[in-house]
Design a protein around this ligand. Structure first.
Ligand code: NAD
Length: 491
């Protein structure tokens, strides 16, 4: 039976053709989905426009919108195990990771419920006795939320929660490969009592559904997470329409091990920072700079840890690294490793697809790739400059810290960076000069919903999360109120 999608508050078959959702770990079928077509975009937008303008929503009080988000957070928490299992089938990440994403989605809903309830407006300093001024925020209208496949439920909630809290309507276009979690989220919003039409979930092709949404004249904001080239394309569309965009894009983040780092802590952190999610993370610490003085002991420990990682079936509780999203993506990753070899790189560990069969996992049926570490390349090499989005780490020794800063910042990207040092003064100074939206010191890939997230340079525009995150979905208005008993003077 075809799985329906959520168009303007109705569950029905989309008009964009059928897409088969498969479990990347073994190719088994999750669902046949009736994806959206351009007509569905039109219908969802038309209904969303009426829904967000409806006075019942337009004039809803912050705590009423917050109540829906709190309810959704509770529903997510209550069905966390099922949602995590579903997401693992959607994109092949291990259960422990998808559980983390599910709980993050619940936390995001709660955070923006609270942000909405407690948001203050301001009276700018009053410079006249003839009038007073107030600064208030209004919703934007319809938000197109376009998301990638690597962390579905969390990415989607990072857009849906602040957009609804701010009083907008949202139309979600999940990634082609991973529509299941977003469809489940729609069910939970429906159950929580979100008025019809304020949320649609339209799985379908980016070039058809995503494009139609972005270009639709009634869509007034594009909130996008995905690759830099798609983001740049959407930014052009937004520029033509003169509408705001939030762009969370790609990365090639440097991780730096200084000579005084705690070797064990650093090796574990670096290993996790690149290889968790099989490296399919925008923030993956993909370029590793290690001080010459500690290169030998550090690399020995890192290689030992990497060789010990358990790559396997994502539903197995001991698995640390699951399947890549697809065979096509695995081939892309393998192509980067071949390119590294051709450019003179030395593969220190990994470097090939995992095949064969064990009691726990049929590797031949999935898309499993060995955690791979490559040395012997320069930072300017192709493999150091391009985002691989797979379990591939390139290691670069350094001995001069000024030169290190130049190399670490020598990238079109600027999403994240890591620093391992016991010298906090030096670490802080380094953190301030690295060109990255997030810098972790003595930890990596840790997140707080209250800390804004986003990229420098080609890693993005705008910030998600944090108390200010809700303002990305609002527009500011100044209101002047006359106080004088006299008519307006002429000048
Ligand atoms: P992608 O850019 O190929 O696709 C992202 C989304 O855009 C999908 O839903 C896709 O269908 C849609 N899309 C594609 N073409 C479109 C078009 N012409 N118009 C409108 N929508 C279109 O990215 P991906 O392969 O799904 O995800 C991987 C990328 O996402 C990596 O580059 C990664 O770094 C990035 N990412 C960034 C963050 C972040 O927060 N900065 C988080 C996760 C992933």
């Amino acid at each position: 039976m075809l799985k329906p999608i959520y168009i303007a508050g109705e569950w029905k078959n989309g008009r964009g053709g059928v897409r088969t959702s498969v479990f990347p770990a073994d190719g088994s079928i999750n669902a046949e989905i009736a994806t959206a077509g351009a007509e569905d975009v039109e219908e969802a937008v038309r209904v969303a426009e009426a829904a967000w303008r409806n006075p019942a929503w337009r004039n809803s009080l912050p705590h009423e919108r917050a109540a829906i988000l709190y309810k959704v957070a509770d529903l997510i928490t209550a069905s966390a195990a099922e949602l995590s299992a579903l997401q693992t089938r959607d994109n092949g990440k291990p259960l422990a990771e998808t559980m983390g994403l599910v709980m993050s989605a619940a936390g995001t809903a709660r955070y923006f419920a609270a942000a909405c309830e407690t948001m203050d407006e301001s009276l700018p300093s009053q410079r006249s006795r003839e009038f007073m001024t107030a600064s208030v925020h209004e919703p934007i209208g319809i938000v197109a939320a376009i998301t990638p496949w690597n962390s579905p439920i969390a990415s989607e909630m990072q857009k849906i929660a602040p957009a609804l809290a701010a009083g907008n309507a949202v139309i979600v276009k999940p990634a082609d490969a991973t529509p299941l979690a977003a469809l489940e989220l729609a069910k939970l919003f429906e159950e929580a009592g979100l008025p019809k039409g304020l949320l649609s979930v339209l799985p379908g092709r980016g070039s058809v559904v995503g494009e139609a949404l972005a270009k639709h004249p009634l869509v007034r904001k594009i909130s996008f997470t995905g690759g830099t080239s798609t983001g740049r394309h959407l930014a052009h569309i937004a520029a033509d329409k003169l509408i705001p965009t939030s762009l969370e894009l790609g990365g090639k983040s440097p991780t730096i091990v200084l000579e005084d780092a705690d070797i064990e802590m650093a090796a574990r952190g670096v290993c996790y920072g690149i290889f968790s999610s099989a490296g399919q993370a925008c923030i993956a610490g993909a370029r590793l700079f290690v001080h010459q003085k500690v290169y030998q002991p550090f690399m020995a420990r890192l290689l030992e840890l990497t060789r010990g990682l358990k790559v396997g079936h994502p539903e197995h509780p001991d698995t640390q690294i699951g399947s890549l999203i697809s065979m096509a993506h695995l081939e892309t990753v393998a192509g980067f490793v071949e390119r590294a070899r051709a450019d003179g790189g030395e593969v220190l560990c990994g470097g090939q697809r995992i095949t064969g069969k064990t009691a726990d996992c049929d590797y031949d049926a999935g898309n499993f790739y060995e955690p791979t570490i490559i040395a012997g390349l320069s930072n300017s090499s192709y493999v150091c400059q391009e985002e691989i989005f797979g379990p591939v780490l390139v290691v670069l020794p350094f001995d001069d810290e000024q030169d290190l800063i130049g190399q670490a910042n020598d990238s079109v990207f600027g999403l994240a960076a890591g620093i391992w040092t016991e010298n906090f003064r030096k670490g802080w100074q380094l953190a301030r000069v690295l060109e990255a939206g997030t810098v972790w010191m003595n930890t990596y890939k840790k997140f707080s919903i209250s800390a804004p997230f986003g990229g420098f340079k080609e890693s993005g525009l705008g910030r998600e999360k944090g108390r200010q995150g809700i303002l990305e979905y609002m527009q500011q208005k100044s209101i002047y109120v006359g106080l004088s008993d006299q008519p307006n003077p002429w000048a």
